[in-house]
Design a protein around this ligand. Sequence first.
Ligand SMILES: NC(=O)c1ccc[n+]([C@@H]2O[C@H](COP(=O)([O-])OP(=O)(O)OC[C@H]3O[C@@H](n4cnc5c(N)ncnc54)[C@H](O)[C@@H]3O)[C@@H](O)[C@H]2O)c1
Length: 123
Amino acid sequence: MSERKRVLVTGAAGYIGSGVCRRLLSAGFDVIGIDSLIYGATGLLPLLVTPRFRFVQLDIREYSRLQEQLNQIRPFAVVHLAAIVGDPACKKMPEVARQTNLAATKALFSAATENDSSRFIFA
Ligand SMILES: NC(=O)c1ccc[n+]([C@@H]2O[C@H](COP(=O)([O-])OP(=O)(O)OC[C@H]3O[C@@H](n4cnc5c(N)ncnc54)[C@H](O)[C@@H]3O)[C@@H](O)[C@H]2O)c1
């Protein structure tokens, strides 16, 4: 990837994430999208042909892999959108929702700030 500013987007295959990735690419950023693809990759398909977009399939609960990516990417900003979204989904898988929405979010925030990613956007 070039020396342009890199933005790491978690939940890149999601409803909001896929749109955010497109907007960031249009604005001239390099974008690294992370997602575990629990609902598939349809949202990502138009992005995969974009040279300044790179996708990493990763579950944000895998802290060591996530940390590895942050160390490699050293992003200018992190946009954190990976989540179990909405009451029905959270009720269906409460433990996964807690781990993802709370524990993994806190861990990502700590890891990002340790990596000097002072711009952390959380929806
Ligand atoms: N959709 C809305 O109207 C809306 C409004 C306000 C805030 N938000 C917030 O924006 C964020 C994204 O919402 P969305 O509507 O795009 O949801 P979405 O369900 O469409 O996308 C979430 C993405 O996160 C991924 N994901 C889930 N668990 C993961 C994990 N452990 N590791 C990696 N990826 C994982 C899923 O595969 C999915 O692609 C959420 O925090 C949500 O609360 C959404």
